[in-house]
Design a protein around this ligand. Structure first.
Ligand code: CTP
Ligand SMILES: C[C@](O)(CO)[C@H](O)COP(=O)(O)O
Length: 230
């Protein structure tokens, strides 16, 4: 029997580091809102996946208007976001009634996620109950305190991305714990309850749109993809 697959696309943030009036999840990237690229990546992966999109409550009307203007009506459930990413994920998880299946939690502002990364996350999570995309560091790193800095072995570290995919009951249970500022992603939430986290190779193209130059990079990467498709 095949397992149900869900995606929670969290787009409930304010985008303060982008310093734009338009929330970054709605900014246009190659003629389409950032968030639409992200949703389309999941639909391209599977037309059977159940998609839950979490938005700031105050932006739901705007998003509906954008969708009407673009005649963009993908199958999705909308949920209201919370003050923090943790609370937005909680609200997304509350839309899943079943306890069976797998759920990929993905940042709405990672629009360049490839379908093979999404597929790999579901395949690995089906075996290990968790699958978290990660990449190796390309630069040297140092640990710092107030007065000193010290080189550290970068081969021991990974940069963590989304999707972060889990067994539904495991992650629902993990998100019942008390929120804490150290829980910056879903892996840290599951780990705090004692679950082992499985990493898989993410992609340097799977960038998070955080500050203005990220949009420039995303446009360039999309242009390269278009050229490669021709
Ligand atoms: N209350 C929040 C905060 C963040 N997110 C989502 O979590 C993802 C990663 O967060 P980040 O890049 O930090 O987005 P923002 O919180 O919007 O940005 P900033 O920290 O610059 O304000 C984004 O897709 C964002 O919309 C969310 O759903 N709800
Ligand atoms: C979840 C995440 O994208 C993994 O890299 C990241 O932790 C979000 O962090 P942010 O500081 O809120 O952007």
């Amino acid at each position: 029997m095949s397992r149900r697959e869900y995606a929670i696309i969290v787009a409930g943030g304010r985008g303060t580091r982008m310093q734009s009036e338009t929330p970054k999840q709605f900014m246009m990237l190659n003629g389409m809102p950032v968030l639409a690229h992200t949703i389309n990546a999941f639909l391209e992966y599977s037309s059977n996946i159940e998609i839950i999109v979490v938005l700031p409550e105050s932006e739901i009307n705007t998003w509906n208007k954008i969708c009407d203007q673009l005649d963009y009506h993908p199958p999705m459930t909308l949920a209201s976001g919370g003050e923090t990413r943790f609370q937005s994920v909680q609200n997304g998880l509350a839309c899943i009634q079943e306890t069976h299946g797998l759920v990929a939690i993905h940042d709405g502002v990672r629009p360049l996620v490839a379908t093979d990364i999404i597929g790999a996350s579901f395949r690995l999570a089906a075996v290990h109950k968790s699958a978290v995309a990660a990449v190796r560091l390309k630069e040297s790193i140092r640990i710092t305190d107030q007065d000193t800095t010290k080189a550290v072995d970068r081969s021991k570290y990974r940069l963590i991305q989304t999707p972060q995919t889990f067994d539904v009951s495991l992650i629902k249970d993990a998100y019942r714990q008390k929120e804490d500022p150290s829980l910056t992603d879903d892996a840290s939430v599951a780990e705090k309850l004692g679950h082992k986290i499985s990493l898989f190779e993410g992609s340097y193209e799977n960038i998070k749109i955080t500050t203005p130059e990220d949009l420039v990079v995303a446009e360039a990467l999309l242009a390269e993809r278009k050229k490669a498709d021709q």
